[in-house]
Design a protein around this ligand. Structure first.
Ligand code: NAP
Length: 302
């Protein structure tokens, strides 16, 4: 068991901001990441609504944040968190590498993409089905591709994929889109994108790799089969909170409920970013949460 003052779980915008604020207030944050630093930001095509940048690639913004981590002499420790619990007055964070006894933890572990759970989806994962257009779009260059979903993620990644795909379908189960009007207008204005609504995917088909996708019209139940080499699923995400031992800090969907200080129902367990219950999930709200969580931790430890 290793003693630490504060552990931060997750190196997305919330975790990075919390680390920087803690370090600058004189505390040594121990920042843990199990995956790619930068969180979902690293896989986002473009950010057009983060103040200070008219438009910036998600990965470029993530690099700038990581650069700031380095300038503040904060290391990222690559470990997978297995359990977070509170025993007596201490928080115990168990990871793939060690167990840590800490005074406070900030959970900024973000979310993981949901699957569609339809026929043959597992068979074609990484053989045509992906959750990251920026990572995998290039594999299917000049070939037919499809994006599933009608939220901001689907629409934004469509603007990236339209340059690679021939053609690009956006398949959405309703005629109205959940994503912002500004992005939707750009999608609708592109002659490279074919919008198909209201359709739901019901089966993936192919031999070794993905070759087509069967869709069903929600209104009249008619089925169509479209040729696609790459399908990118953007049908929402689930919070990464399976490692939280005491489920009383979670809501029914698994998000962590926090007060205005970003503290959960368990004193010493704080949370920030996409993993908390909130209405607006943006880079700017994640950094906001991270800053508040850090200052609250500082005050809590006093
Ligand atoms: P989301 O907003 O939850 O959208 C998921 C989409 O997938 C919805 O259109 C939903 O349809 C559809 N869907 C869900 N389950 C489905 C199923 N089984 N079959 C077919 N379609 C299904 O998720 P997101 O786009 O990943 O965004 C998550 C959060 O991040 C949002 O708050 C979003 O605003 C934010 N975000 C912001 C930006 C930005 O502002 N720059 C960029 C990306 C994400 P229905 O609409 O019918 O429910």
């Amino acid at each position: 068991m290793t003693n630490k003052k504060v552990i931060i779980i997750g190196s997305g915008p919330a975790g990075i901001t919390a680390s920087i604020y803690l370090k600058r207030s004189g505390l040594e944050p121990y920042l843990i990441e199990s995956n790619m630093p930068g969180g979902k930001l690293s896989f986002t095509y473009k950010i057009d609504n983060y103040p200070g940048f008219n438009s910036i690639n998600g990965s470029d913004l993530a690099f700038k944040m990581m650069d700031q981590l380095a300038k503040n002499q904060i290391d990222i420790h690559y470990e997978t968190v297995i359990n977070v619990s509170k025993k007596n007055d201490k928080i115990i964070v168990k990871t793939s590498m060690d167990s840590y006894k800490v005074d406070a933890v900030i959970i900024a572990s973000g979310m993981t993409e949901k699957k569609l759970n339809i026929k043959s989806e597992d068979k074609f994962l990484a053989k045509g089905i992906s959750f990251c257009a920026i990572c995998d779009g290039g594999f299917y260059k000049n070939q037919p591709m499809a994006i599933i979903g009608g939220g901001n993620s689907a629409l934004e990644e469509a603007l990236y994929l339209k340059e690679l795909a021939n053609p690009l379908y956006i398949i959405h189960r309703r005629n109205e889109f959940r994503g912002d009007k500004l992005i939707l207008d750009q999608v609708k204005g592109s002659d490279k994108i074919k919008i198909m609504t209201p359709y739901i995917p019901i089966e993936f088909k192919g031999e070794e790799v993905l070759e087509s996708l069967v869709l069903e019209n929600v209104d009249n139940k008619e089925q169509v089969e479209i040729k696609v080499k790459g399908v990118f699923e953007y049908v929402g995400s689930v919070p990464n909170t399976a490692f939280v031992s005491d489920k009383k800090i979670l809501n029914e969907q698994g998000f962590i409920e926090v007060n205005e200080k970003m503290m959960s129902k368990i004193p010493g367990i704080f949370a920030a970013g996409d993993v908390i219950k909130k209405d607006l999930r943006q880079v700017v709200t994640a950094t906001n949460d991270g800053a508040i969580a850090a200052i609250s931790v500082k005050n809590f430890l006093k």
